[in-house]
Every structure is written in C-alpha cells, then in structure tokens.
Ligand binder design. Structure first.
Ligand SMILES: Cc1cc2nc3c(=O)[nH]c(=O)nc-3n(C[C@H](O)[C@H](O)[C@H](O)COP(=O)(O)OP(=O)(O)OC[C@H]3O[C@@H](n4cnc5c(N)ncnc54)[C@H](O)[C@@H]3O)c2cc1C
Ligand SMILES: *[C@@H]1O[C@H](CO)[C@@H](O)[C@H](O)[C@H]1NC(C)=O
Ligand SMILES: *[C@@H]1O[C@H](CO)[C@@H](O)[C@H](O)[C@H]1NC(C)=O
Ligand SMILES: *[C@@H]1O[C@H](CO)[C@@H](O)[C@H](O)[C@H]1NC(C)=O
Ligand SMILES: *[C@@H]1O[C@H](CO)[C@@H](O)[C@H](O)[C@H]1NC(C)=O
Ligand SMILES: *[C@@H]1O[C@H](CO)[C@@H](O)[C@H](O)[C@H]1NC(C)=O
Length: 531
C-alpha cells in the first residue's frame, strides 16, 4: 500500500514537471537568471545544442574519441562558468531542477564521464575551462591554481618564477588540475615528493548546497576525501593551493630502448627488482610495445622496452648511481641529456625538442586524440622471465597494445595508506598501465581492441596484486563495475571497484560522501555512493 502511494505521488510529480516545464535549457536559464545574489551576466556562458559553438566546446578537451561517437549521449546544455558564483548558481539550479551535472576540467577522463552519461536522461556539462588562473608565490613556496587550468600551465608559471621550484604531478601536460589531482596525480617526481594530491594544502570547493568552502570551513574529512578520492563525487573544486617542491637547476633525462635481441627480458626482470629501491632522485619507467625490428628482415617484429627516466641531478652523478644500482642497462654519457626542469617536463611529455615551453599555455596535448581503452594493475612481486616471455607472445600478436610500467617506492612508501584516499603505497613495486589504441569509429574495430585488452588483463591475473586486485582511479575503467553473466550485464556493488581504487579508504569515503552530499547530487558511473 505504502509503496503504491509513493509510486503514484512520483507519477504525479513527474507528469506535473512534464506539463509545466520548458526545455531543460529554458528551465536552467530562467533559474540562474532568478538567482539575483549570483547575478553577474551569464548569457555568454550558456550554449544550447543549436549554438554553432556547442560541438566544438564539447569536443575541445575530450581526449578519448571513443567517448564522442554518435551513439554516446551528449549533454543537453553546456555551461562555461566565468566566475565562482556561476558555479554556485549552476549547482543550485541543477539541483532544484533535477538536472545531472557533469563537471569537466581537462577532459582526460578515460571513460569520458566528465562529458557523457550512459544513464541520466537530463544532464548538462559544466566546463571549467574559463576558470584557469594561476598565482605562484615563491616566498610562500606555494601556488593557488584554478581547476580549469592544465597541469602544464601550472608547471610553466612555476618555472617562469623560479628554475629551482617544481610540482610533482602528471607527465602528460594537458591533464586538467580538477580531475587529475583529485584522483592522485603521479609523475616523474613521485619517488621523491609523492603525488600531486600529497602536496595540496588548501582548496576551495562548491558543495551540494552551493556554498563555497575552504579547508577550514569544509573540515578535515572532506579535505581528506578530495585528495585522491576521485573527481565528481563531493562537489565542484574551484581551486587548489599546492606546495611547491625544490628541483635542481639542471636535471638529466634519458631514453634507452632495448629489444628482445638486446636482452630485454633479463633486463626487465632486473629492473623489477631495483626500480622501487633506487635513489629517490631517479625515476625510470618502462614503455613496452611491439615494434618492427629495423636491423633485421623487413617485417620482423620484436618487443621494445624503452627505459625513460628523469634524474634530479647532473649526468655525472647519474652515471655513478646507475653504475652502482642498474649497470645492466649500460647507460652511457651519450644517452644522458642535461636540461632545466621545465625542459624535462616537455621531454617527458614527448614534445619535440625544438618547441618552446610557451606551448604549455595552449593547453593542447602533445599526444594526438585517439580512440583508446586502458586498464591498470599494481605489482608487488617481480614477474618471472618465463611469464614475461608468455606476455611478449601476446603483445606480438596485437601490435596496438602498449604497456607502461611506473616505479613506486621512495616517498610513495613513506606515506601511510590512509593519509589520503590513494592507498597504493608501501609494498607496491610498480604500476602497470595497459592501453590499446585505434583510429576508426567503427564499432567492430572498437570491440576487437576492447576484447584484446580484456584478454590481456585476464592473462595478467596471476602476476599482479590480489584481494583486491588494485587499480588507479585516474585510469578509470568501467569494466571494473560490471559483471557480465552469459553476456548479460549486471551492475555489481560499488564496493567492487571501490576496494580496488581505494582499499580500506573506500569505507571512509562513503561516510564522508553521506555527510556532505546525502542526496547524491554529485554522481556518475563510479562516484562514491552514499551509505
Ligand atoms: C594522455 C593522458 C595522459 C595521462 N597521464 C597521466 C599521468 O602522467 N599521471 C596521472 O596521474 N594521470 C595521468 N592521466 C590520467 C588523468 O590523471 C585522469 O584522466 C584525470 O582524471 C584527468 O583530469 P581532467 O581534469 O583532465 O579530466 P576530466 O575528464 O575533466 O575529469 C575527470 C573526473 O574528475 C571530475 N572533475 C573534473 N574537474 C573537477 C572539479 N573541478 N571538481 C570536481 N570534480 C572534477 C570529472 O567530473 C570526472 O569525474 C593521463 C590521462 C591521459 C588521457
Ligand atoms: C552561442 O552562444 C554564445 C554564448 O551564449 C552567444 O554569445 C552566441 O551568440 C551564440 N551563437 C549562436 C550562433 O547562437
Ligand atoms: C590570482 O590573483 C588574482 C588577482 O589578485 C585573482 O583575481 C585570482 O582569483 C587569483 N587566482 C587564484 C587561483 O587564487
Ligand atoms: C610493422 O610493419 C608492418 C608491415 O609493414 C606494418 O603493417 C605494421 O603496422 C608495423 N608495425 C609497427 C608496430 O610499426
Ligand atoms: C659517444 O659518442 C661519441 C661521439 O659521437 C662516440 O665517439 C663514442 O663512441 C660514444 N660512446 C659510447 C659509449 O657510445
Ligand atoms: C539475461 O537476463 C534476463 C533478465 O534477467 C534473463 O531473462 C535472460 O535469460 C538472461 N540471459 C542470459 C543469457 O542469461
């Protein structure tokens, strides 16, 4: 009886809003217009699908073309706030009108959940790209960064003020501050200084009630949650205050490729034993893919393992460190290139060496936009040479697969597992990212590649972390949330992906979420659920 009456009430409500409402665009426009306390002109921030700029704004920062195919739902409205109060008005009105917000900073989400939505029928995009100011204060050793900026812009302005200050965040310079740092943010400085999230000291956020809170007024629980708990769950972060870290005026980089013919398997086995124990000034990641062996018969394929490194010091000291810890690589003076820290940022992001750092201000990626699917794993024990050889067979069969092995250890092991929501700390040797890329919007092509990467992920099961099999929240993977039974997709409990991304911190994230957003207004396919 009771459930029946609830049902009929909601049917009445539904039909009322159906009859009286205009389009979602008109409703939102009128609502914002009536919020006089936020009444700074906003019409220039408002884009309906009829507007000639709608599609170009939607596609502007969307990094994964897989998420822009015609079958993916598009927002009914784009709002590009010009001021903090626009963000407040957007939250208040969207909540009042039952419109779902998708919040976008840099648009690099792997599953596109910052601008598409599989389940919500009424949703709009709040694109923060107009809120990107950055103030660096060398005296205070800090910077305030608005979340619509890219990490490359932050690096640029820090380096502009000082050549001996840096910030430890991602290698890819076009990632947005908002989604990146809220999920962790690792890069070449992580072994020395931890993650971007570990170096946040204050924040400004618009909460579900439309209030602007800072660290003091939000309290330590929420401040903890937004430093690694992933974007889109707790509010709209407007700006972060980050702690700058010292870097030497001259650093050294190298990239040394080794193929199977050059002993790649033994070398990678060795790297697994030392990568997390090396001098903290040294970060050596490995990029693994199949390539055509140029010195041999045309068309012969091999596996290439490229050792791609940053050293916080000069080449002569690097050579000593390498001689002591990893002589097997055979690094020579010729392989090492000295440069400023900002030049190393450009080098590690794969920009051509003749490009000036000003390119970082354009916000564009150094990587072309592509169709891709990715997954992640954490490794706690070295993978045997035998297993590596089996892995090479798979990579040789599918030349679109790329693996990135990123070393942990150093500062990453010194920060406790519950210090921030990011739990992959002591005991983690390295992280694996798997990626498959393609160049066509045909569904069959996509399906083939996605099948392949899922197969590779299954193959890796015995060699990676277990109970839970951990994953990096910033390498968002919606496969982790679903359970396919005989081809039927049934959604699993959020705790499945929650424990992979956050381990024991997931429970605390749920408690914080329940406290600050009990109505679950800020939500997406993998947002933190309420109790
Ligand atoms: C080419 C490429 C390279 C990468 N390299 C690295 C790397 O080196 N290191 C690393 O750690 N990660 C890396 N990543 C992953 C990256 O950190 C994540 O994709 C991150 O979420 C991107 O942030 P964004 O703001 O660009 O994304 P968006 O797609 O804008 O947002 C991602 C998520 O955060 C939410 N969000 C965005 N802004 C806000 C905000 N202001 N307030 C609240 N929620 C918000 C969104 O709603 C969404 O849920 C890379 C990704 C790509 C595509
Ligand atoms: C598109 O929207 C912008 C911002 O609201 C507005 O300034 C512009 O006139 C619109 N253009 C068209 C062609 O509708
Ligand atoms: C930077 O300073 C300017 C001028 O004082 C201010 O308008 C802006 O909001 C500041 N930005 C941040 C992110 O604090
Ligand atoms: C290797 O060469 C073949 C034949 O020329 C080509 O089809 C393939 O794309 C190449 N693979 C790589 C990884 O370059
Ligand atoms: C380094 O480069 C120089 C000049 O190109 C060359 O003569 C020398 O053999 C190289 N040394 C090594 C160890 O490769
Ligand atoms: C899929 O789920 C539906 C509804 O639960 C069920 O009727 C159907 O038999 C399932 N199909 C398979 C192949 O399990």
């Amino acid at each position: 009886m009771q459930s029946l009456s609830i049902l009929s009430i909601s049917i009445v409500l539904l039909s009322v809003s159906w009859v009286t409402s205009d389009s979602i665009q008109d409703e939102f426009y009128n609502c914002v217009g009536l919020k006089t306390e936020f009444s700074i002109p906003f019409s220039e921030a408002f884009f309906t699908p009829n507007n000639a700029s709608f599609t170009s704004i939607l596609e502007s920062t969307a990094q994964n073309l897989r998420c822009l195919v015609p079958s993916r739902p598009k927002p009914q409205l784009i709002f590009t706030p010009l001021t903090d109060s626009h963000v407040q008005a957007a939250v208040i009105c969207a909540k009042e009108l039952g419109i779902q917000l998708r919040i976008r900073s840099g648009g690099h989400d792997y599953e596109g959940i910052s601008y598409t939505s599989e389940k919500e029928s009424r949703f709009m995009l709040v694109d923060l790209s107009k809120l990107r100011s950055i103030n660096v204060s060398i005296d205070d050793n800090s910077a305030w960064v608005e979340t619509g900026a890219t990490i490359g812009e932050a690096y640029y302005w820090i380096a502009k003020k000082s050549e001996v200050h840096g910030f430890p965040a991602g290698l890819c310079t076009s990632v947005g501050i908002g989604g990146h740092i809220t999920g962790g943010a690792y890069g070449t400085l992580m072994r020395k200084y931890g993650l971007g999230a570990d170096n946040v000291v204050d924040a400004r956020i618009v909460d579900a009630a439309g209030r602007i809170l800072d660290r003091k007024s939000m309290g330590e629980d929420l401040f903890w949650a937004i430093r690694g708990g992933g974007g889109g769950s707790f509010g709209v972060i407007l700006a972060l205050k980050v702690r700058l870290v010292p870097v030497p005026a001259i650093v050294t980089v190298f990239t040394v490729p080794r193929t199977l013919e050059q002993g790649a398997t033994k070398l990678l086995y060795r790297w697994q034993q030392i990568a997390d124990k090396l001098d903290e000034d040294l970060f050596i990641r490995v990029i693994i893919q199949s390539v055509n062996e140029t010195n041999m018969k045309l068309g012969k394929q091999t596996i290439q393992t490229a050792y791609n490194a940053l050293f916080l010091g000069r080449a002569d000291r690097l050579l000593q460190v390498m001689k002591k810890s990893f002589p097997e690589l055979g690094l020579s003076q010729n392989d090492s290139v000295e440069m400023s820290w900002i030049e190393s940022v450009m080098h590690m992001a794969d920009f051509p060496s003749n490009i000036q750092p000003e390119v970082l201000l354009e916000g564009k990626s150094s990587y072309p936009k592509i169709y891709f699917k990715a997954k992640s794993d954490y490794v706690k024990e070295p993978i045997s040479e035998y297993a590596l050889e089996r892995l090479w067979k798979r990579l040789l069969e599918a030349d679109s697969l790329v693996m990135l092995w990123t070393p942990y250890g150093g500062m990453m092991s010194k920060i406790s597992e519950s210090e921030t929501p990011f739990p992959h700390r002591k005991g983690t040797k390295f992280m694996i990212q798997y990626m498959t890329i393609w160049q066509s919007d045909h569904e069959k092509t996509a399906a083939k590649h996605i099948d392949r990467i899922r197969g590779l992920y299954d193959f890796m099961t015995p060699y990676v972390s277990k109970f839970p099999r951990e994953a990096y929240v910033n390498y968002r993977d919606l496969d982790l949330g679903v359970n396919k039974v005989n081809g039927n997709t049934s959604f699993r409990k959020a705790s499945v992906w929650g424990n992979k991304y956050f381990r024991n911190n997931f429970k605390r994230l749920v408690v914080v979420k329940t406290k600050v957003d009990p109505d679950n207004f800020f939500r997406h396919e993998q947002s933190i659920p309420t109790l």
